[in-house]
Design a protein around this ligand. Structure first.
Ligand code: GTR
Length: 386
């Protein structure tokens, strides 16, 4: 009887396009209809994501100083270990490390653009030692393209764990549960927002360095790191490009499609990634005042890139592409061409407009060298215009 009940139960996760429910997406532009109106609308959208999805990220520190603790030189680039020491005001302080490789021959006259990879702890073992080249982070290919390559260990800002995520940056601010009667406010900062806050500090570093170009910084992340990267770029207009790789639910995929991972599932597995209010949309996606196409829109007029993998159905490749399509109104305000649903590429192909790019890799969940090569050529095109 148990077996029969299991057979009769509807599948918990949908992988059938025909079963995707009808949905209506919230409007991207609201009252805005010109580039001049956009900053106000963009701020409203960011506020909605803070209140309903990711929580409020910490404010920028009053001051950040960077201690460069190590230097070495393999692979035609120079390398540094950096520690960002953040003065959070009111006598509060927090620090975290990152590593940077800068292309050989970078000069003050020709400062390097920067690519920051948010590395969540489960993927730390896919970084090469001392930032040497790996498929997950091909730092030599990145520096060969003329870009500085930064690896940011996300766990140093917020551990990727529902019990301890608020023990680092958030505890330093007094935003942790232990300092607040064990609770989080409805819009309390989650780990994804804390990780992205760290990426913003790398822009601060670029702004202080004569060898780096703070006006050309891309933030990149895979999967949960891709969710964090996109939210970081939506919030901080100093990022010039956002690249979200296989980011799925809570990243590039439209929540209302309920294809693969759902809001209810992600909130039960990873409650610490988001704010408590996001729980209100478990099985109730149509009540969300935003959907993830508006996260893409919030990056406009800057550039966004999304990559999916054909077999990574948990992340809903089609829903990730549709976010870019549904962000059309914001990008068209700035002269980007309309992207259409029927341009959805086959596995192995890429589609780009001036400010948006997407590819569908063959194979499963992962960030691979071929993903990077397509992204790096997109970034080179965006940055060439400058
Ligand atoms: C999964 C999670 C996804 C994605 C992935 C990852 O367990 O359901 O949302 O973030 O982990 O980060 O690799």
């Amino acid at each position: 009887a148990l077996l029969l009940a299991a057979l009769a139960a509807p599948p918990e996760f949908n992988y059938d396009e025909a079963e995707v429910p009808d949905y209506t997406l919230p409007d991207v532009l609201g009252e805005a209809n010109s580039p001049e109106d956009w900053p106000g609308r963009r701020a409203e959208i960011v506020r909605l994501f803070e209140q309903h999805v990711y929580g409020v990220a910490p404010p920028a520190p009053e001051k950040v100083t960077f201690e460069e603790t190590e230097e070495a030189g393999p692979g035609g680039a120079w390398w540094r270990q950096v520690r960002a020491e953040c003065d959070l005001g009111d006598g509060k302080e927090s620090s975290f490390p990152f590593r940077i490789a800068v292309p050989n021959g970078t000069t003050k006259e020709n400062p390097a653009p920067v690519v920051v990879l948010i590395v969540h702890p489960a993927r730390m073992n896919q970084l090469g030692d001392d930032l040497s080249d790996s498929d997950f982070f091909p730092s030599e290919a990145i520096t060969a393209a003329g870009f500085a390559a930064v690896a940011l260990p996300a766990a140093e800002l917020a551990p990727d764990d529902k019990e301890t995520f608020d023990t680092k940056l958030l505890a330093a601010l007094g935003w942790d549960r232990a300092s607040n009667g064990g609770d989080r406010p409805a819009d309390g900062c989650g780990a994804l927002a804390a990780w992205g806050w760290g990426a913003s500090r790398v822009i601060d570093y670029a702004a202080q360095s004569e060898y780096l170009d703070a006006s050309r910084v891309a933030v990149v992340g895979h999967s949960r790191g891709g969710k964090a990267a996109w939210w970081a770029a939506a919030r901080d207009p100093r990022f010039s490009i956002a690249y979200s790789n296989n980011s799925g639910c809570g990243g590039a995929a439209l929540s209302r499609r309920r294809f693969g991972e759902t809001v209810a599932r992600i909130n039960s597995s990873f409650p610490h990634w988001f704010c408590p209010q996001f729980d209100a949309y478990n099985g109730n996606e149509d009540a969300l005042p935003i959907d993830q196409h508006m996260l893409a829109a919030a990056v406009a007029p800057r550039a966004v890139y999304v990559a999916s993998a054909a077999e990574d159905r948990w992340a809903d490749p089609r829903g990730e592409f549709l976010s870019l399509v549904e962000a059309n109104p914001a990008f068209e305000l700035f002269g980007d061409r309309k992207l259409t649903e029927d341009e959805s590429p086959a596995a192995g192909e890429q589609v780009v407009t001036d400010r948006r790019g997407y590819h569908l890799r063959e194979g499963g969940h992962g960030l691979e060298r071929s993903d990077w090569m397509q992204f790096l050529s997109f970034a080179a095109g965006v940055w060439e215009e400058k």
